[in-house]
Design a binder for this molecule. Structure first.
Ligand SMILES: Nc1ncnc2c1ncn2[C@@H]1O[C@H](COP(=O)(O)OP(=O)(O)OP(=O)(O)O)[C@@H](O)[C@H]1O
Length: 616
């Protein structure tokens, strides 16, 4: 089965012929064919009907026409005259149109020396054969050959209706498609070359390596980097399948969930008739996402909210009385009040073009029920991102309700992302070794989605460092040294984070950094938590809870010896540590002032990883 971008369910086909062709391409071609429908290509954003890529055949542009033979009045080398209800119209010759798109592809690819042939007769030329062809979805080859149209359109450059019937065998269909690819020279594209082709043709799959951008690429960057980063095929498929009903993505830590969410927001915003709502649990993540949307001029269209704060806002906006309960009871009553107001119509449903939920694993069933009702039924666009291994609030065990029971139609619309791109192999291996409970495979209650352990995308870096020191004073001294050392090696302060478990540690960290004149911003006070990501060059001091969803090139976690914190759920403590460790993009330093069972395990995990990597 070929891969189609976007998912077929999300394609907005212009004609029934395009729909049929997409289905045949997807079902009848092998997995090594990549097919894009209507994706804008290159800098000018031209939209060929289909582009097909294959490692051994190259690139093919298809122009699809639903023309019937009796509607073609005339055709010459340049144009065709068609009979339509309004009279005669002159349109471009379909093969010329396809060639124009193919030329656009080539000019986008030719800039890249790594896509040129390095030796042989064709040295210096593009290493990718490319061709173009026409698909007539309502005309058979026989019908066509009985006319003189072949004088202006070679039939070997056309796929006809009878060659794309459901009844045509997969092999026959693949042979017909293959025959449309030109074969001027042998072609064997590597995975990296295919990624480079995608990078040039489809700028929206590019990934930025700038920290704090969730991978979102700044298209103003003009120089071509030698090491490019693009979404993987699964991510691209999800990112492109905009607004296609309800969708759930189960993704391991660092698998690009937030990146896909941010991408979707930006693209949905371009066409949205109502605002778009992003809901998350934690303040820091919401703050960062909100800032990113504002940087792109989308502050009005994309509203980023913490769920409970949003409930509060809804009640106030619609003149519904706030609950009078105090403490934790207030929040439960707040949620109940919103549910009741939706039921009574005091709060109108369907206020948002799309609702996107980050950190869905921390949402209670009633939260989902409320969010689902706020999606405009005309778009029905709901995206839920989920990772059981990072559940920190509510029911810490596996989800005990089904998505269907809260109104999410996720059957057959669930995707699993297993690859972790954020962490180096070294960091991820140690985090995994410690999170045995958090990552224990159990079957979830309803959707049949197992708890997923992350696999590394393979990036390499230094081994995590564990320093067990003799006293508190030494620990803070060592913390300062680690940060200063990184700064001396060129790291900006803003690329470093210190993640703490308890507020008392935060006070000590702030004191130590202050005394060493290291600029920092601390999220200890909730009012500063959403300002953590200003442009200032400051070390971030963040609680483990608030670090969820974020990432930093250097992460230091002090006071490991206090974990698991006394009286706390061990599974929660393990998850917290897993979340905190998987925030590190490059380097991870763990500090403790006493050897404990956990520091022992960390030490063993680091040694094990070191040994395994040395043997590999
Ligand atoms: N295909 C890819 N190639 C290279 N880097 C990638 C790719 N996909 C994602 N990344 C990078 O991986 C990092 C993690 O992405 P993101 O924050 O979206 O993950 P996440 O699934 O939301 O993680 P978490 O649940 O741990 O917060 C980002 O720096 C992003 O740029």
């Amino acid at each position: 089965m070929a891969q189609l971008f976007p998912l077929r369910s999300a394609c907005r086909f212009d004609t029934s012929g395009e729909r049929r062709l997409a289905e045949r391409l997807e079902k009848k071609l092998g997995a090594d064919y990549l097919c894009w429908y209507n994706a804008p290509v290159g800098a000018n954003g031209l939209q060929p009907d289909f582009v097909i890529a294959h490692p051994e055949r190259g690139l093919l542009v298809l122009e699809v026409k639903d023309w019937r033979l009796d509607t073609i009045r005339r055709m010459d080398q340049d144009s065709a005259t068609l009979l339509v209800p309004e009279g005669e119209v002159v349109v471009s010759h379909p093969l010329r149109q396809a060639r124009k798109y193919a030329t656009e592809l080539v000019s986008a690819l030719q800039r890249d020396t790594l896509l040129r042939q390095s030796e042989g007769l064709y040295a210096g030329r593009l290493a990718v054969p490319f061709g173009w062809a026409v698909v007539f979805t309502r005309m058979t080859r026989r019908q066509f050959e009985q006319t003189d149209l072949h004088e202006v359109l070679p039939p070997e450059r056309v796929l006809f209706q009878d060659e794309m019937l459901e009844s045509v065998s997969d092999d026959e269909f693949a042979d017909r498609i293959d025959a449309l690819f030109p074969a001027p020279f042998p072609c064997r594209l590597s995975g990296e070359q295919i990624d480079r082709i995608r990078y040039h043709l489809y700028p929206e799959v590019r990934i930025s390596s700038a920290p704090g951008q969730f991978g979102l690429f700044d298209n103003h960057q003009d120089a071509l980097p030698s090491l490019i980063r693009v979404m993987d095929l699964q991510q691209e498929q999800l990112a492109r399948s905009l607004g296609d009903g309800h969708r759930v993505i189960h993704g391991v830590a660092g698998s690009g969930k937030t990146m896909i969410l941010a991408y979707r927001c930006i693209h949905l915003a371009a066409a949205a008739k109502k605002p778009i709502l992003v809901l998350s649990y934690s303040r820091a993540l919401a703050g960062r996402l909100e800032q990113m949307m504002a940087e792109r001029g989308l502050a009005e269209t994309v509203q980023v909210r913490r769920f409970l704060a949003w409930c509060h806002e809804l009640l106030r906006t619609h003149g519904v009385a706030l609950p009078t309960e105090r403490g934790q009871a207030f929040y439960a009553a707040l949620v109940a009040a919103v549910e009741a107001a939706l039921e009574s119509g005091e709060i109108p449903r369907g206020q948002y073009s799309a609702v996107l939920i980050d950190e869905g694993h921390d949402f209670a069933p009633e939260w989902f029920r409320i969010a689902v009702q706020m999606v405009d039924p005309d778009t029905d666009s709901l995206l839920v991102l989920y990772d059981d291994a990072q559940t920190l609030y509510g029911n810490l065990r596996r989800r005990d309700f089904s998505f269907a029971s809260v109104g999410i139609q996720a059957q057959g619309r669930t995707t699993i992302l297993r690859l972790n791109y954020r962490n180096t192999l070294e960091v991820l291996s140690v985090a995994r070794a410690l999170a045995t409970g958090a990552l224990r495979a159990e079957q979830s209650s309803d959707d049949g989605v197992p708890l997923i352990a992350p696999e590394s995308a393979g990036r390499r870096g230094p081994l995590p460092k564990l320093l067990v020191l003799d006293s508190e004073w030494q620990q803070w001294h060592s913390l300062v040294e680690q940060l200063q050392d990184a700064a001396a090696h060129g790291r900006r302060w803003s690329e470093m984070a210190v993640l703490y478990r308890h507020a008392s540690d935060a006070v000590a960290i702030e004191r130590a950094l202050g005394a060493a004149d290291i600029p920092f911003i601390s999220g200890r006070a909730s009012r500063t938590r959403d300002r953590l990501f200003g442009s200032e060059d400051q070390v971030k001091v963040v609680s483990m809870h608030s670090s969820k969803g974020l990432e930093f090139p250097l992460v230091v976690i002090p006071s490991l010896h206090i974990l698991p914190a006394a009286g706390e759920d061990e599974l929660l403590e393990e998850r917290l540590l897993y979340v905190a460790m998987t925030r590190a993009l490059e380097s991870l330093v763990l500090l403790a002032t006493a050897a404990t069972a956990l520091t022992e395990r960390v030490g063993q995990a680091v040694e094990q990883v070191q040994r395994a990597l040395a043997e590999a």
